[in-house]
Design a protein around this ligand. Structure first.
Ligand code: SF4
Length: 176
């Protein structure tokens, strides 16, 4: 059976295709910092629920060839996914959000016109419009993520990100 990509895979693909490949073939156990981050995220979700006066629960969606978890769903005029992030704003998160909007629209059979990033540290909700263009990008990136995971490791490319990468010790790029 083919690998079924997730919005998280799309984020990792945007970060570094080789990193995505490693996460699926050489998974590293969660560190204490990651586990602590989960607790902080749960607290952030409770804050978000109070702010929106809504229930905030993780929604799991399976559309057959792709799947994924959505941190929260805002149901006002139309449903909209919310992705909770700790730390500073990062433009790269939008790719994950588009993929969440895509699987939500396909999985729930609903129109999705907006999606949100919730930056917990600053209690900021950032809205992103979702149009046919974002849906097409999301579909392409999910397919690309599947191709990367199912294929050989993509070539290593040294970037400043490598310094913070948990795979830097096994990645074949020459390390400084
Ligand atoms: S060390 Fe750099 S090239 Fe290698 S997986 Fe990490 S980010 Fe990608």
């Amino acid at each position: 059976m083919s690998y079924r990509p997730t919005p998280r895979d799309v984020l990792e693909l945007a970060w570094c295709p080789r990193y995505l490949w490693y996460t699926r073939h050489v998974p590293v156990p969660p560190t204490e910092r990651m586990k602590a981050g989960k607790h902080v995220e749960e607290a952030a979700k409770r804050r978000l629920a109070a702010r929106l006066r809504a229930e905030v629960n993780t929604l799991y969606i399976d559309i057959g060839w792709a799947r994924g978890a959505i941190d929260a769903v805002l149901r006002k005029h139309a449903a909209a996914p919310i992705e909770v992030k700790m730390g500073p704003k990062r433009d790269i998160y939008r790719w994950q959000l588009y993929a969440e909007a895509y699987i939500m629209a396909r999985g729930l059979g609903t129109a999705v016109h907006r999606a949100y990033l919730y930056y917990a540290d600053t209690d900021t909700l950032e809205e992103k419009p979702i149009t046919t263009s974002e849906m097409k990008i999301a579909e392409k990136m999910l397919i690309k993520a599947r191709t990367v995971v199912e294929g050989p490791p993509p070539p290593a490319q040294r970037t400043p990100k490598c310094r913070y990468c948990e795979y830097r010790n096994i990645c074949e790029i020459p390390q400084k």
